[in-house]
Design a protein around this ligand. Sequence first.
Ligand code: ATP
Ligand code: MG
Length: 558
Amino acid sequence: MTPTPERSDFIRDIVAADLREGRIDTVVTRFPPEPNGYLHIGHAKSICLNFGIATEFGGRCHLRFDDTNPVKEEQEYLDSIMADVRWLGFDWGEHLYHASDYFEQLYEWAVHLIEAGKAYVDDLSAEEIREHRGTLTEPGTPSPWRDRSVEENLDLFARMRAGEFPNGSRVLRAKIDMASPNINFRDPVMYRILHADHPRTGDAWCIYPSYDFAHGQSDAIEGITHSICTLEFQDHRPLYDWFIANLPVPSQPHQYEFARLNLTHTVLSKRVLLKLVKEGFVRGWDDPRMPTLSGIRRRGFPAEGLRDFAAMIGVARADSVVEIEMLEHAVRDVLNRTTLRRMAVLDPIKLVIENYPEGVTEELEVPNSPEDPDAGSRMVPFSRDLWIERDDFMEDPPKKFFRLAPGREVRLRSAYFVTCTDVIKDAEGRVVELRCTYDPESRGGSAPDGRKVKATLHWVSAAHAVDAEVRLYDHLFADPFPGSDGRDLLDDLNPDSEVILQGAKLEPALADTPAGETVQFERLGYFCPDPDSTPTAPVFNRTLTLKDTWARLQAKGA
Ligand code: ATP
Ligand code: MG
């Protein structure tokens, strides 16, 4: 019986039908990154799709590095890609492959096509090949080298491999149809000369296969049943099928295309991301503003939020742009359920409780999650001198401001009721300290006489506070469509995408937050420790604010 997938989309429907109707026994997919950069959230969509299908239908998914261009590929990228796929929650088991594993086999198949009169060595330059290719409306012109004899082609191709010719002097092309309406059919390049060391094969090769010649055959070698890729490869599919049909390959894979993910305020292109890294616009590939999986992880987004997002957007054949607020919504949904509440003051102002004894510390029990009693509680030190948020106080409050003001009583979370009795200012008239009294009867945050207050503030005991740097993050690009209307992408960078606050005050428990854990700073948002933290100088990143703007966008659209 065919297993039931978690959800349905056109690709899952095809897989289900192929299994049900016996065209395949086991579904085999692959995720085929080119190790020329870090993975981004667009790749996450593809990973969730390929690994998701394999899991749901009881098949398997291979991780295959499409490492056919040694000039742009580095070990660092291979390592980061494996770490990122694992972090997302997927496992390729023993099925880790490289296109470079197949270089010898691919070479033999190229010789096979030459022998069949279906491939030839061309001496035209890259520029000339482009000129001969024609346009969408005009057919191409055959190369003068197109009708070389099989013997000459075999000899030249062997000498290309042997390293006799310089880069760019010759290529091997498939001999298909220079007049085809599909430009991919106009004698596509199969091999180019590149005297460059490869991260895996070293100096064994100085000719490398093109994507088109390597990809489908790699799929066939691995027994991939459904080769799933993004829509820009749709016009390559006839060529994919042509190679499969004209070579003695061990299996007959099929290619299916889906729409790539586009996100507002985001650029999903390794080329552009590399530029941002190289030119120092960000802290690196893992900058918390980057749409890379390593950046997203450093920002504090949980993998579960990304998987949920992938499920929400689904898989379709029409290109679209997804609002980044939807991703943030999916992440907030997870964080709201899973994070512990903590207290931190980002822009501190001193609050002194005049009738509280000096030199005394009380340990107050504060729940880790008001909504979830199972999350337990912790003890938080309380004393006479506290920090509260500067904007939780107004000397001259407007009507709707219910927080602290002169003469007004508020609750300090899980502590006491306090009333502001005096305001101390510096020479410039800036408020530097608030003097208060507290009601000793209100311990835990409620008054025995049942009187109410309109606000509950978070606080940190001054003597126990841990100083921290806090980095507030916002969208990397200010414009929803970076670089649209002919603008330079870089002009759309958001100058306020990172705001650094020094001297934030944390409750002591926060100093022990493990790397990779995101917490909720009460009333402020979700935050996580940054790897730049040291034991004496913690650094926290704001993952997201608490405000879910997706819901608002939805309401507006409805
Ligand atoms: P980029 O355009 O960022 O350089 P790429 O497509 O060249 O990406 P690959 O390493 O070749 O990067 O991609 C591996 C797989 O991820 C491919 O199957 C590709 O179709 C898929 N993929 C890449 N970008 C996206 C995206 N934005 N949405 C969905 N899938 C994507
Ligand atoms: Mg690519």
